[in-house]
Design a protein. Sequence first.
Length: 325
Amino acid sequence: MKTIQFREAICEAMSEEMRRDESVYLMGEEVAEYNGAYKASKGMLDEFGAKRVIDTPIAELGFAGIAVGSTMTGNRPIVEYMTFNFSLVGIDQIISNAAKIRQMSGGQFKCPIVFRGPTGSAGQLGATHSQAFESWFANTPGLKVVVPSNPYDAKGLLKAAIRDDDPVIFMESEQMYGDKGEVPEGEYIIPIGVADIKREGTDVTIVSFGKIIKEAYKAADELEKEGISCEIIDLRTVRPMDRKAIVESVKKTNRLVVLEEAWPFGNVATEITYLVQSEAFDYLDAPVVRINTADTPAAYSPVLMEEWLPDYTEVIKAVKKVMYK
């Protein structure tokens, strides 16, 4: 094992897959000459050249369309958005074309493409740069949605996403690029659609994904001091969702808290809540509690931002609520 940063795990995954398959290429704003806005493609231009690591204009709709079209001629593009907020400019290509090519062509064309970049809030960046769209994309049949929370998962899942014959939305975080973690020296792949039990417990299940899961870890450490055992499930993949892992955990703990950095209406937590009440209702000893951001655009003010974003204290309160403590 070696210890590397999240950004390095992303770079390794892309580079290894580009060495393995010449049809894989990377395109996006500042991915080449600048080594990536977050240095996640550092050194790739030097290794692969300007035909496979392509700097684009600030025109997300244009380069998303070029990338989607190139899949129909045998390529496997990776499209980097500087933030997924900017993907909204190219979302027609993602939802109306990438997600539907296979079905609308009667299976004649597949669309092996990865759209990747940061999601959610990253500090004082204002409302238009602090949005989480996991549930938007997951609501679209034909798309897979992956949201890793650490370097190990990021590398293994990104390699799987690049090899997948369907379009994959791969969502990272600006606040995780510097995170360090252990990654195997050799090649490994993590299958899409498999959740991971990051911490085993007996009293309550906490389901989360992405950078906000760190607050669940903090809460679990504090609750352990009070004799409360938390099981933490990292979804890793929002769609397809590992429904079995969630249900089996709830059958064991009989309580569920869902922590998600997203607005409360119609989100991933809503889907999980429906899943559990439909498939494990008789095992529940308390109503499911979900924790989300405030139902407003994100603020720029640091004081308001702190109130808007969930933290570990809210997880502790939610766990005690489902345990009637």
